[in-house]
Ligand binder design. Structure first.
Ligand code: C2E
Ligand code: MG
Ligand code: MG
Length: 728
C-alpha cells in the first residue's frame, strides 16, 4: 500500500485552478490572491470560455461564479457532470439563498463561498477541496490496484494445476477453483455448500477426516497426505491426490473472525490444495511392476519368486506343511531360437508361460528366472504325488504342437522338483535342488520330470568336480592330442590324420573325449580347449614338416560353441599364420548339429575359412538334420559317414541302404565321402566299391599319441595297404 502511495505522489504535479467569472475585476482579484498563495491559476471570463478551457486542459479545482451572462455557472456544472470531468468545483457566488446552494451542491459542486468572499475562508476551502480530491485520487488508485491484485490472484488460483478449496468450519465447500471442475468433473455449484466427504474414496474416508478438514496451522498442519478422490463420471474412476491441507491464515484471506473479547480467534474454515498425482502413481506402479516382473511374459521375476517362496516356507514351517519348488527348462530352446529367430523365440516363451499358467491354481507362483528357465512354487501341496501330477500336466500341455505363422513347432520341457522340507529348507537349497533334478532330466533324454534325491545330487557333484578339474587341466597341461590316420583304400597311402583330444587326468588316468567334451560345451570351456587343440595340432604339423615328412592334412574337430565365437575365423587364420601353415594343411570337422545351429552366421564364417583353402567335413553324417537344400549352401568338401552306419554294413540292410544313399548323395553333390569306424576288411571292401576315397578306423590304426604317430609316419611314408593293415 505504501508503495502505491509513493507512486501516486511521485506522479503528482502541482494542482491547477481555473477561475471562472464574468467580472474582470473579480477575476483579477482572485487570481492575485491565489497566486500570492502559491497556486497555479488560469482564468476564464464567462461560462463559454470555461467550457472551452475545460475541454483542452485538466484542472484540479475550479472557482465558479453562478450568475454569468450566456453560459451560466449551473450549465458549467452540468457540463462537468455529464462529461465526467474529474474536478473539484467551489461555487463563489453572490447568490446565497438556501435553494441556490443546495442546487449547486446537487449539481456536483464541492463547496460554496459567498461573495464578497473572505480571503481566509476561500483559501481554506480551496485547500480542503484540493486535499479531498487528492484523497479521492489515492483511494481510486488503491481500489484499482486491489482490483488488479484480486484479478491476478483469482487467475493464479483458477489456473493452478492443483485443486484449491476452502471449507467452512463444518467441512463444507465455500470455494473451489476452476481446476476442480476439469479434474473431477463436478461443477462448482455442485460442490459449494456440500460436505467434502462426498469427494473422498470410501476407503480413504477416515484418513481424509483428519487432513481435509485440518484445524491446525503452521508447521504442524498436514502435508503431503495421499488420498483418492472420486471422479464424477460413470465409471467412477479413481484418481490419486496428494492432499496438502492447511487451515486458513486468518488475516491473509480475509475470512478472519475476530472472536470474543478474550482475543481468541475463532476457527472458521480450512484452506487447502490438492495436487493430481495420478501420473506419478502410474509411473511408480509401472516401475514397481518392472522391478518384480519379467516384461516379456508378465510373470514374476526371480526377486518376487524368492519373496513368495520365503513367505511360503515360513507358513509351511508354522503349519508343519509341505511345499514344492519346480525348475522348468525348455528343451532345445536355443536351437529353436537360433533357427527360427528371436521374435519367434519370444512368442514361444509367452506361449509356454500361458500354457503352464493354465495348469496351475491361483495360489501357485510361476516365475521366469531368465532365458528359457521357469520356476514354479506350489505352496499348498500335501505330497510328492500331487507335485508329480502338476508336472505331468505341464509336460503334456507343452508337448502339444504350437502353431506360429503356419509353422507347427514341437517342444518339450524338463522339470526338476524339490520338496520342502526333504530336499531343502531354505530358498537357495530348494531352488538349487530343483535345478539339479532338472539337470538330471536334461542329461537323461529330456521331456520328463524328476524329484531331487541324494543320488542325483552325488552325480551332479561329480559333474561339478569334472568342471572344476577341466579348468585346471588347461593351466596344468593335462590335455594331449592323439592322431588317427585316414587312408586311401586303393593306394593304401596315409592321406590324412584326425586330431583327437585326450585328458591325462592326475587321478583318473586317460579320460576320453566323450566323458568331458559335452560338459566342456555346456560350460563353454570348449572354447579355450578348442584353441589349445588347434595350437597343439599346428605345432605338431610343423614338427612333421621340419622333420621332412610329406604334407599331411589334419582334421580338427570343431564344436558349435566355437563357431559362435566372434573371433572364430580370426583365431584359426592367425594360428595358421603363426605357424606359417597354409590353409590346406587342415580340415575342420563339424557335426551336423554344429552346422545347423545359427546357420546364417555359420555359413558366412565357413566361407571365409574356405577362402583360405581350409576344407570342411561334416562329421557323424547321417545322425542329424541334414537336408540336401542346406548342404548346397555350405562350403562343404567332405561327408564323413557316421560310425554307427559303417558298423552294421553287413548285418543291417537299412543301415546299408543309408550308406548307399549317402554315397550317391555325395557323388551327386560332388563331395568326398569318408567312412569312419572301419574295423573289418569286408566293411572296407564294401565302402571301396561304393567310391569311398578315404577310410578311417581301427582296421588301420587307433588314435595314438603324437610321439607314436610321428614314429609310425617316419616308418611308413607312402605306406602300402599291407603295412597299413597291421597298423596299431
Ligand atoms: P569323432 O570326431 O567322430 O571321432 C571319431 C571317434 O571314433 C574317435 O573317438 C575315434 O577314436 C573313434 N573311432 C575311430 N575309429 C574307430 C573304430 O574303428 N571303431 C570304434 N569303435 N571307434 C573308432 P574319440 O577319440 O573318443 O572321440 C570321440 C568324439 O569326441 C569325436 O568323435 C569328436 O566328436 C569328439 N572330439 C574328439 N576330440 C575333439 C576335439 O579336439 N574337439 C572337439 N570339439 N571334439 C572332439
Ligand atoms: Mg571327427
Ligand atoms: Mg565322427
Amino acid at each position: 500500500m505504501s508503495e502505491i502511495l509513493t507512486v501516486v505522489s511521485e506522479m503528482k504535479r502541482k494542482p491547477k485552478i481555473l477561475i471562472v467569472d464574468d467580472d474582470a475585476a473579480m477575476l483579477s482579484s482572485l487570481r492575485m490572491l491565489l497566486k500570492a498563495n502559491g497556486h497555479v491559476v488560469e482564468s476564464a471570463q464567462g461560462g463559454e470560455k470555461a467550457l472551452e478551457l475545460l475541454t483542452a486542459t485538466d484542472y484540479e479545482l475550479m472557482l465558479l461564479d453562478l450568475q454569468m451572462p450566456g453560459v451560466g455557472g449551473r450549465e458549467v456544472l452540468r457540463h462537468i457532470k455529464t462529461n465526467g470531468i474529474d474536478i473539484k468545483v467551489i461555487v463563489v457566488s453572490g447568490e446565497t439563498s438556501f435553494s441556490a446552494v443546495k442546487e449547486a451542491l446537487t449539481e456536483g459542486a464541492y463547496d460554496f463561498v459567498r461573495k464578497p468572499y473572505d480571503a481566509g475562508e476561500l483559501l481554506t476551502t480551496i485547500d480542503n477541496g484540493l486535499q479531498s480530491r487528492e484523497l479521492e485520487q489515492q483511494h481510486k488508485a488503491l481500489g484499482h490496484a486491489l482490483e488488479e491484485s484480486e484479478k491476478l490472484h483469482r487467475y493464479i488460483v483458477n489456473n493452478s494445476p492443483d485443486i484449491v478449496y476452502v471449507l467452512d468450519n463444518e467441512g463444507c465447500f465455500t470455494f473451489v477453483n476452476d481446476r476442480t471442475e476439469n479434474l473431477l468433473g463436478y461443477k462448482r455449484e455442485e460442490l459449494l455448500g456440500r460436505h467434502f466427504s462426498m469427494l473422498i474414496h470410501e476407503e480413504d474416508l477416515i484418513e481424509a477426516s483428519y487432513v481435509f478438514n485440518e484445524r491446525r496451522s503452521g508447521v504442524r498442519a498436514c502435508k503431503d497426505v495421499e488420498l483418492r478422490l472420486n471422479i464424477n463420471d460413470e465409471a467412477k474412476t479413481v484418481r490419486y491426490f496428494d492432499t496438502h491441507a492447511l487451515p486458513i491464515e486468518l488475516y491473509s484471506v480475509g475470512m478472519y473472525n475476530p472472536g470474543g473479547l478474550d482475543g481468541k480467534s475463532e476457527f472458521i474454515g480450512t484452506y487447502g490444495c490438492a495436487r493430481d498425482i495420478t501420473d506419478r502413481r502410474r509411473n511408480e506402479e509401472l516401475v514397481n511392476f518392472q522391478a518384480f516382473h519379467d516384461l516379456l511374459t508378465g510373470l514374476p521375476n526371480r526377486a518376487l519368486f524368492e519373496d513368495r517362496l520365503k513367505l511360503a516356507i515360513a507358513h509351511a514351517c508354522r503349519s508343519r506343511g509341505h511345499l514344492a519348488v519346480m525348475y522348468l527348462d525348455v528343451d532345445r530352446f536355443k536351437l529353436v531360437n537360433d533357427s527360427l529367430g528371436h521374435a519367434m523365440g519370444d512368442r514361444l516363451l509367452q506361449i509356454f508361460a500361458e500354457r503352464i499358467l493354465d495348469c496351475l491354481r491361483a495360489e501357485d507362483t510361476l516365475a521366469r528366472f531368465g532365458g528359457d528357465e521357469f520356476t514354479l512354487l506350489l505352496p499348498q501341496i500335501s505330497n510328492k504325488e500331487d507335485a508329480a501330477a502338476v508336472a505331468r500336466k505341464i509336460l503334456e500341455s507343452i508337448r502339444a504342437p504350437i502353431l506360429i505363422d503356419n509353422q507347427e513347432i514341437f517342444t518339450s520341457v524338463s522339470a526338476g522338483i524339490a520338496m520342502f522340507p526333504q530336499s531343502g529348507e531354505t530358498i537357495e537349497t530348494l531352488v538349487k535342488s530343483a535345478d539339479i533334478a532338472m539337470y538330471h532330466v536334461k542329461s537323461n533324454g529330456k521331456d520328463s520330470y524328476q524329484f531331487f534325491s541324494e543320488e542325483i545330487n552325488d552325480s551332479h557333484t561329480c559333474h561339478l568336480a569334472v568342471e572344476r578339474d577341466m579348468h585346471k587341466a588347461i593351466a596344468q597341461h593335462q590335455f594331449e592330442v592323439f592322431f588317427q590316420p585316414k587312408v586311401n583304400p586303393t593306394s593304401c597311402q596315409v592321406v590324412g590324420m584326425e586330431a583327437l583330444i585326450r585328458w591325462n587326468h592326475p587321478e583318473k588316468g586317460l579320460v576320453m573325449p566323450s566323458d568331458f567334451i559335452p560338459m566342456a560345451e555346456q560350460t563353454k570351456l570348449i572354447v579355450p580347449i578348442g584353441d589349445w587343440v588347434l595350437h597343439a595340432t599346428c605345432k605338431e604339423i610343423c614338427h612333421w614338416r621340419e622333420q621332412g615328412l610329406p604334407k599331411i592334412k589334419v582334421s580338427i574337430n570343431i564344436s558349435a560353441i566355437q563357431i559362435e565365437q566372434e573371433d572364430f575365423v580370426k583365431k584359426i587364420v592367425n594360428t595358421l599364420d603363426d605357424f606359417k601353415l597354409s590353409g590346406d594343411y587342415i580340415e575342420l570337422e563339424i557335426t551336423e548339429y554344429g552346422l545347423m545351429k545359427n546357420r546364417e552366421n555359420t555359413v558366412q564364417k565357413l566361407r571365409k575359412l574356405s577362402a583360405h583353402g581350409i576344407t570342411i567335413a561334416i562329421d557323424d553324417f547321417g545322425t542329424g538334420y541334414s537336408s540336401l537344400s542346406y548342404l548346397q549352401n555350405f562350403p562343404v568338401n567332405t561327408l564323413k559317414i557316421d560310425r554307427s552306419f559303417v558298423k552294421n554294413i553287413e548285418f543291417d540292410t537299412t543301415k546299408t541302404c543309408i550308406v548307399n544313399a549317402i554315397a550317391s548323395m555325395a557323388k551327386g553333390l560332388n563331395l568326398h565321402m569318408v567312412a569312419e569306424g572301419v574295423e573289418t576288411v569286408s566293411q572296407l571292401n564294401y565302402l571301396t566299391n561304393l567310391g569311398c576315397v578315404e577310410v578311417q578306423g581301427f582296421l588301420f590304426g587307433k588314435p595314438q599319441s603324437a610321439q607314436v604317430t610321428f614314429d609310425l609316419l617316419c616308418q611308413r611314408v607312402g605306406g602300402e595297404l599291407e603295412s597299413c593293415l597291421y597298423y596299431g
